[in-house]
Write a protein that binds this ligand. Structure first.
Ligand code: TPP
Ligand code: SF4
Length: 299
């Protein structure tokens, strides 16, 4: 029997306040399993501002700094500088923010931290909308999704733009390490976080974290829907180390994207035409990723 590689230590104790089936607590749990107790986490406004409980209660065994929505990148830069000034080098400094806090309102502070080469880890847990305030679209909401600010009704006003590619934005900063992870693949998740911790400079990790409440998926289907996202190539698992791409889960027999979309109420309004458009987009992006891996093989 294969030896389990997931560390048994827990730094997130039971009693969180997330909705049933939420993937965001799993993302934190795996992150901390990989990093251990010498870690400080900075969290802006998002569901994770609620999940640990109300002060003085917390379900984390590591220090946690709450910040304003837009400043995670600046907050982790300051924490790193303060620790360095005291000669403390062995503490992992981590920013942990939702997709809204990362790709929209916090992108400037994040970009600044990466550009300055701060020795920090930034994890975006991506539930593809502003969930904490009631399911509003973000720039990471995928094409075709219903949200409360992209209502469907008679006008079919679902999300009309494609999802912003945060990993590519980070790669364009020449970041030492960027990767995607999913709560459905914990070993891959933990390995990538461990690798990130071993690299000097800024590291960006994009975690796929389904939100049953906002995606209109039964809570017990969280992992199934996350697994399908990777198996359909709509959320591929890969890493980019100093510009070199590596797909860490090679999908040979891609499942149709419709299988993934049809599990979720937020896509239930889409017709054959939209499903075809999404499939074509996903196929193109996957081909591009394969090419990037091929081109950067010798780097
Ligand atoms: C400057 C500012 N604008 C708006 C808010 C209100 N607000 C709090 S949490 C949140 C949504 C966060 O969305 P995201 O970052 O995607 O995380 P999620 O809630 O999905 O976990 C918003 C809009 C705020 N706290 N500060
Ligand atoms: S709204 Fe979604 S992301 Fe937020 S706690 Fe509930 S399930 Fe998790």
């Amino acid at each position: 029997m294969a030896k389990p590689t997931i560390p048994t230590e827990e730094y997130m104790i039971s009693g969180h306040m997330a909705c049933l089936g939420c993937a965001a607590p799993l993302a934190m749990r795996y992150l901390l399993k990989a990093l251990g107790k010498r870690t400080v986490v900075s969290i802006p406004a998002c569901c994770w501002a609620v999940i640990p409980g109300v002060f003085p209660y917390t379900n984390l065994k590591v220090p946690l700094v709450y910040t304003a929505f837009e400043v995670t990148g600046a907050s982790i830069s300051g924490l790193r500088a303060a620790l360095d000034a005291r000669g403390i080098k062995d503490v992992n400094v981590v920013g942990f923010a939702g997709d809204g806090g990362t790709a929209d309102i916090g992108i400037q502070a994040l970009s600044g931290a990466v550009e300055r080469g701060e020795n920090v880890i930034y994890m975006c847990y991506d539930n593809e909308a502003y969930m904490n305030t009631g399911i509003q679209r973000s720039s990471l909401t995928p094409f075709g999704a219903w949200t409360t600010t992209t209502p469907v009704g008679k006008t079919k006003f679902w999300q009309k733009t494609q999802k912003k590619n945060m990993v590519e934005i980070m790669v364009a900063h020449r970041i030492p390490y960027a990767a995607t992870v999913s709560v459905a693949y914990p070993e891959d998740f933990i390995n990538k976080v461990k690798k990130a911790a071993s690299i000097e400079g800024p590291k960006y990790i994009h975690a796929f974290a389904p939100c049953p409440t906002g995606w209109r998926v039964p809570p017990e289907k969280t992992i199934e829907v996350a697994r399908l996202a990777t198996d359909t190539c709509i959320f591929p698992l890969y890493e980019v180390e100093y510009g070199k791409y590596k797909i860490t889960r090679k999908v040979v027999n891609k499942k149709p994207v419709a299988e993934y979309l049809k599990m979720q109420g937020r896509f239930s309004y889409l017709g054959e035409e939209e499903l075809k458009k999404i499939q074509e987009y996903v196929d193109k992006e996957w081909e591009l990723l394969l090419k990037k891996e091929e081109i950067t093989k010798e780097w």
